[in-house]
Every structure is written in structure tokens, then in C-alpha cells.
Design a protein around this ligand. Structure first.
Ligand code: NDP
Length: 452
């Protein structure tokens, strides 16, 4: 049977764009539909605008420290509208780069919402249907409002933060995950009064215990009013803002309430179940290691599959799919030992096993160092960095590395290579320190802090 296309990609985010481009470069006839803006969550309402906000918000601490080093600087506060204007321009520029890259690879772009109308057919909201030998679903995910909170519609999600006309002076953030912690740091840095309520006993559930507790202390010390074991019960509009009530009975009035209470895959109302694509308990598309769904002609990559919700992972999945199906190079994306960073202030970089995970199957040595780096000590700041290595006591392999420090995102990218390569503690130790740096701790921790 002759198809209109070899591949129809639904969704123009990181995973879909990579797959479309690579498939086209392998000679496939490719179309891609996007209903909103090219670039997806990462570029339009995720990683990129978030990181630019992190940069913007870091200057406040920078000005404070600069004064400690002798600079005489007068700050007149943060101009949100100036930043927002520049952000819009930058995102539009990036979006056009994404478009251009697709077009120059020969991908046909269809602006509009697509529905899977057959195992080899996609119908756009202009009513036109297209057949394709393969369909790739890369529709990403969306933030959810917690329905159990009365009046939750008065709150906003990460999607809306980048559209705010004004910087909220008093802000409540609900949640204790990546997004909640990053926005808490951002608005704290920009000068807002930040309150964070998280239902659990500690932020960043699932991460290394010692590291997440160390980070929570720093965030609290930096001015974030963090309340653990505290969840929102209700929101209502009051005379001077939004009144929020928590499970603990705590109350407050805020100019904005951000729910950072998790994300769900975008799988509803796009025809998946009608054509027999199996979905998991959270609505994610169930795929095998080749990113193939229960319908052989339909694949899926990125957040919609509920694997690891990180841009570089989606990109790898999209690339592996295109190489396998169109490039004659069968390969799968590697989901083991994926480094990541939470862009709090300071950042938290992590790769490999946490101490709690490691002790399950390994006899371990823990090397952990916390100290005031010289840059902080000079200005009298108490903020301490954390460098932590989890070492298998038998094989000597470094199983995990956790860093809380300025630029930990950059550091963990490098440390991640060593951990992924399976290097041993002795390999780390053979590497000469770069002096004076804080990261030299990675190669100079000589005695285990404890064994388990
Ligand atoms: P997370 O899963 O990281 O965090 C969700 C938070 O909301 C948790 O603290 C969770 O608590 C809490 N929560 C969930 N449901 C409710 C509820 N009904 N009521 C109250 N609290 C609730 O999700 P995020 O949305 O922060 O991020 C989604 C994903 O996006 C991340 O897992 C990550 O993969 C990715 N991401 C990556 C970033 C990066 O690389 N820097 C940045 C941002 C996102 P509990 O722990 O108790 O379940």
C-alpha cells in the first residue's frame, strides 16, 4: 500500500523534532504536526524559560556577595516586564530555529492538532487526513491541578508562570518536586516572599536522603518559608489576594498560588485507545525498548511514555527510533544512570544510585563532604556545599554521585561520564585535583564517612 508519508510525527517537542529531523535525513518522507508552538515544553514552557529565570534570579545573591568583595552596587530591584519582554523575544527566536531546522531537513510542518484516525492514518483539525507507514506520538505531558483542593482553579501551573504580567509579591508554591523547588528558588531570588507547602516529610522524594535534607536546609535558610507535611486544602478569593488553607490549619493570603503537583502524559482525545494503543495506569503510552506501542505501526517517545521525563532522554529516544526504523541502525535509548540537575539555588546535580538504593544490593562506602567553599567563606556566608560519592566496597565502582553546589548541573555532567563509565574510587583518586576549586573534593576524599 502506498502511504502519503513514511513517518507522521504528532508533537513538535524535543523528542518529536529530533525523530522527524533524523528520519528525514535518512531519506524518509516526514510530516510533523504541532498544535501550539514548535519546541514543546522544554523550549516554550519548561527548561529554557525556567533556566533564564534562574539566571535572572541569581543576581540578587550575586549583588549581595559582590558587596562583600568590595563592589559598591545599588540595585533598584527586578524589572519583571523588562525580563518578560526579552524572554518572549528569545523564545520566538528559538522557536523559529526549530522550524528552520525541520524545514531544512525536508520535514513538512502541519500547524494544527492531530488525531490518530487509524493505525496508519492521522487527521488534522483542518479535516484533512494523511496516511503514514509509521506514526510517532510525541505529545509530551501537562501539569495537573490537584482536584482534591477546593478552589484549585484559582491556582496556576508552571505553564502559566511564564505568562504572568507581574511578578507576584506573595507566592505560595504547592509541591516538593523538581518544578516546585526550582520556582521557589526563582521567585525567592527575584525578591518575592515565597511560601512552599509540601505534603511529604521531605522535598524531592526519591533522591538521596542526605542530599535532599541538606538542600532543604539551605533553601529554608535562603528565605523560602518551607512547610513539610503540609498540603493545600482550599483556595478562595479574598479581599487582598487568594486565601489558602493547609491540612495543618495554617493559612495565608497570596498574590499567586502555583501548583507544582506533578504532570500527566498527553494521551487523551487523540484517538489512541480507538486504534488499540495500550495505555498504562497514569495514561502513558506503554512502549517496548524500541519505543513501539501495542500497535506495531505506532511508536511513542518522550514524556508521553512515562519513562524518564527529561528532554535529553526524549531526544535520545527519538533519535534511536529514527535510526532503527529509517537508518538501518537498530538501537535503543539507554535509560541507565541518567544524570540530572535540579536548578535550585544552589543547584543539585545527581547521577547513579542514592545511598538508600545502593545499600539494598551492595556493601557500600559513603564519602560525603560538606564545607563552606572559599567564595562563600570570604563574604561570611554559611552556605555549605555537599559532595557525596557512593562506592561499592567490593568492586570499588562509584555507584552514585550527588553534588549540591553552585553550578552542580555543570559538574554532574562531567562526573556523570565517570560514573556511567563505571570508574572506581581509585580512578577518581588517581586524577589530580584542580586547585583551588570546590570540586577537587571529588578526588580528595580519602576516608569513608561511613560504611553500610
Ligand atoms: P515531580 O513528580 O517531581 O513532583 C511532584 C510533586 O508534587 C511531589 O512533591 C509530589 O509529592 C507532589 N504531589 C503530587 N500530587 C500531589 C497532590 N495531589 N497534592 C499535593 N502534592 C502532590 O513533578 P514535577 O511536576 O515537579 O516535575 C515533573 C517531571 O518533570 C520531573 O519528574 C522531571 O522528570 C521533569 N523536570 C525536570 C527538570 C530538570 O531536569 N531540572 C525540571 C522540571 C521538571 P510526593 O513526593 O509526596 O508524591
Amino acid at each position: 500500500m502506498a502511504f502519503d508519508y513514511d513517518l507522521f510525527v504528532v508533537g513538535g517537542g524535543s523528542g518529536g523534532v529530533r525523530a522527524a529531523r533524523v528520519a528525514a535525513q535518512h531519506g524518509a518522507r516526514v510530516a510533523l504536526a504541532e498544535e501550539y508552538r514548535m519546541g514543546g515544553t522544554c523550549v516554550i514552557r519548561g527548561c529554557v524559560p525556567k533556566k533564564l529565570m534562574v539566571f535572572a534570579s541569581q543576581y540578587r545573591a550575586g549583588f549581595r556577595d559582590a558587596a562583600g568583595y568590595g563592589w559598591r552596587i545599588e540595585s533598584h530591584g527586578f524589572d519583571w516586564s523588562h525580563f518578560r519582554g526579552k524572554l518572549d523575544v528569545e523564545l520566538a527566536r528559538l522557536e523559529s530555529v526549530y522550524r528552520r531546522n525541520l524545514e531544512s531537513a525536508g520535514v513538512e510542518i502541519r500547524d494544527g492538532r492531530a488525531r490518530i484516525s487509524g493505525t496508519n492514518e492521522v487527521t488534522l483539525n483542518d479535516g484533512r487526513s494523511h496516511t503514514a507507514k509509521h506514526i510517532l506520538v510525541a505529545t509530551g505531558g501537562h501539569p495537573v491541578l490537584p482536584a482534591q483542593v477546593k478552589g484549585c482553579e484559582l491556582g496556576i501551573t508552571s505553564n502559566d508562570v511564564f505568562q504572568l504580567e507581574e511578578r507576584p509579591e506573595r507566592i505560595l508554591i504547592v509541591g516538593g518536586g523538581y518544578i516546585a523547588c526550582e520556582f521557589a528558588g526563582i521567585f525567592n531570588g527575584m525578591g518575592s516572599q515565597v511560601t512552599q507547602w509540601h505534603r511529604g516529610p521531605g522535598i524531592l522524594r526519591g533522591f538521596d536522603e542526605e542530599a535532599r535534607h541538606h538542600l532543604a536546609e539551605i533553601l529554608t535558610h535562603s528565605g523560602i518559608d518551607l512547610h513539610l507535611g503540609t498540603d493545600a486544602v482550599s483556595l478562595e478569593r479574598s479581599e487582598n489576594g487568594i486565601r489558602a488553607v493547609a491540612t495543618s490549619g495554617r493559612e495565608g493570603v497570596f498574590d499567586a498560588v502555583i501548583f507544582a503537583t506533578g504532570r500527566r502524559p498527553n494521551t487523551s482525545d487523540i484517538g489512541l485507545e480507538e486504534v488499540g494503543v495500550a495505555l498504562g495506569a497514569r495514561g502513558e503510552i506503554v512502549v517496548n525498548e524500541w519505543s513501539q506501542s501495542s500497535v506495531p505501526s505506532i511508536h511513542a517517545v518522550g514524556d508521553v511514555t512515562g519513562r524518564i521525563a527529561l528532554t535529553p532522554v526524549a531526544i535520545r529516544e527519538g533519535h534511536a527510533f529514527a535510526d532503527t526504523v529509517f537508518g538501518g541502525k537498530a538501537r535503543t535509548a539507554d535509560h541507565e544512570c541518567v544524570p540530572s540537575a535540579i536548578f535550585t539555588q544552589p543547584e543539585f546535580g545527581t547521577v547513579g544510585l542514592s545511598e538508600e538504593e545502593a545499600v539494598h544490593d551492595h556493601k557500600v562506602e559513603i564519602y560525603a563532604a560538606t564545607f563552606r567553599p572559599m567564595q562563600n567563606a570570604f563574604v561570611g556566608s554559611d552556605e555549605r556545599v555537599l559532595y557525596k560519592l557512593i562506592v561499592d566496597a567490593t568492586t570499588r565502582r562509584v555507584l552514585g554521585c550527588h553534588i549540591i553546589s553552585p553550578n552542580a548541573g555543570e559538574l554532574i555532567q562531567l562526573a556523570g561520564i565517570a560514573v556511567k563509565a563505571g570508574l572506581t574510587k581509585e580512578d577518581f583518586d588517581r586524577t589530580v585535583a584542580v586547585h583551588p576549586t570546590a570540586a577537587e573534593e571529588l578526588v580528595t576524599m580519602s576516608r569513608p564517612t561511613r560504611t553500610a
